[in-house]
Design a protein around this ligand. Structure first.
Ligand code: PMP
Length: 331
C-alpha cells in the first residue's frame, strides 16, 4: 500500500511544468514550479512546516501551545494545517477588509479568527499588528511565527525549493524568477541556486509597480501577496541580480492566459511572476536558457477578483486581459 501518514508529509516536491502557449515562441525553455500542488494549496506550506518544527525544537512552542499570527492568506492556511495536525491551537488576526471566504477557510481547519478594523493606523491599539502582539502576551503558551522576520522562512526554501529545482532540472537551470513578498522564496531558493551553481544561476525578482523592491514608494497595487511598503528582515538584498517590475494590468492579463492557455488556474502573483519570466525569455533569445518561474498559489481564491470580468473592468483592465492573447498586448 502506498499512502502518506499525514498531509504534512506531502509538503514540497511540487512538479515543474513547461509553459508552451504563453511563451509565444520564445526560445528558452520556461518551466513553472507549480506550488498549488502543496496540500494547503500554496508555497507557504513549506515555511509553515519549517517555522513550526524549528519552534518546537527551540522550545518556543510547547505541547498544547497556541500559534498567533497576523495573516489571512496562504501562510495562515499552511499554519492552520500544521497546527491542527500537530495538536496546537491557532489564532489568526486579520483586518476586516479580508473576505469572509478567506476567514472561513481558516475556520474550516479549526483556527480561530480575530477581525480588526482596517481603518486605523498601525499604532492604534485595535490595529491588527497591536492586537496580535497583545494576544501573544495574554495567551499562555502563545508563539508568533512572524513570517517577515523568521529566518526559517528563507531557510525552508534553501532546504527544499532550491534543491528540488536543481535536481528537477539536472543542474541546467540558468534563470530563476519569483515574486517577492516577505522575500523568503527569493532569498532562500536564490541563495541555494547561486551556491550550488557557483554563481551561474541568475536570480530575478518580479515586483508590482509601486513596491519598494523595484524602487517604488509602496503605493497601492492590486496584485496580492507580493510587493511591500517596507524592507522585511527575511529579504536578503544580496541575492537578486535583477528586479523586473510588472504592472497590475500585465499581471492579471498573464494570470488569465495561464488559466485559458496552459490550464493553470493560478493567483495574480503567479501571473505577475510568469509575465516577468516570459519577458525575460524573449530578451534572452537563447535556446539553451532554462528559466524556472515559481507560481505561488492556485486561482480558486481569486474567482471574484482577477477571474471576474466586472472586477477587472472596474479598474479598466478588462480589455487588456481579454485581448491579452498576443505578446504585444500582454507585455
Ligand atoms: N504570492 C503569494 C500569493 C503569496 O501569498 C506570497 C507570500 N506573501 C508570495 C507570492 C511571495 O512569497 P515570499 O513571501 O516568499 O516572498
Amino acid at each position: 500500500m502506498r499512502y502518506a501518514n499525514s498531509l504534512l508529509d506531502l509538503v514540497g516536491n511540487t512538479p515543474l511544468v513547461r509553459l508552451t502557449k504563453t511563451t509565444d515562441g520564445a526560445k528558452p525553455l520556461v518551466l513553472a514550479k507549480v506550488e498549488y500542488f502543496n496540500p494547503g494549496g500554496s508555497v507557504k506550506d513549506r515555511i509553515a512546516v519549517r517555522m513550526v518544527e524549528a519552534a518546537e525544537a527551540s522550545g518556543e512552542l510547547k505541547p498544547g501551545g497556541t500559534i498567533v499570527e497576523p495573516t489571512s492568506g496562504n501562510t495562515g492556511v499552511g499554519l492552520a494545517m500544521v497546527a491542527q495536525q500537530k495538536g496546537y491551537k491557532c489564532v489568526f488576526v486579520c483586518p476586516d477588509k479580508v473576505s469572509e471566504d478567506k476567514r472561513n477557510v481558516l475556520k474550516a481547519y479549526g483556527a480561530e479568527v480575530v477581525v480588526c478594523p482596517t481603518a486605523v493606523a498601525p499604532e492604534h491599539p485595535d490595529s491588527y499588528y497591536n492586537v496580535s502582539d497583545r494576544l501573544v502576551q495574554e495567551i499562555e503558551g502563545a508563539w508568533k511565527p512572524n513570517q517577515y522576520a523568521n529566518v526559517n522562512n528563507p531557510i525552508s526554501h534553501y532546504e527544499s525549493t532550491g534543491p528540488e529545482i536543481w535536481q528537477q532540472t539536472e543542474g541546467r537551470i540558468t534563470h530563476f524568477v519569483t515574486g517577492v513578498g516577505t522575500g523568503g522564496t527569493i532569498s532562500g531558493t536564490g541563495k541555494y541556486l547561486k551556491e550550488v551553481s557557483g554563481g551561474k544561476v541568475q536570480i530575478i525578482g518580479a515586483d508590482p509597480e509601486g513596491s519598494v523592491y523595484s524602487g517604488g514608494t509602496g503605493r497601492p497595487y492590486l496584485v496580492e501577496g507580493v510587493g511591500e511598503d517596507f524592507w522585511p528582515e527575511t529579504y536578503d538584498k544580496t541575492i537578486a541580480d535583477r528586479i523586473i517590475e510588472v504592472s497590475d494590468a500585465d499581471s492579471f492579463a498573464t494570470t488569465r492566459r495561464l488559466a485559458r492557455e496552459e490550464a493553470m488556474l493560478v493567483g495574480g502573483s503567479a501571473g505577475m511572476a510568469a509575465a516577468a519570466a516570459i519577458r525575460l525569455a524573449h530578451e534572452l533569445d537563447d535556446p539553451d536558457a532554462v528559466i524556472v518561474v515559481l507560481l505561488p498559489d492556485g486561482g480558486r481564491g481569486y474567482l471574484t477578483k482577477v477571474f471576474n470580468d466586472d472586477w477587472l473592468a472596474q479598474y479598466g483592465f478588462l480589455g487588456h486581459a481579454r485581448q491579452g492573447t498576443t505578446l504585444g498586448e500582454v507585455l
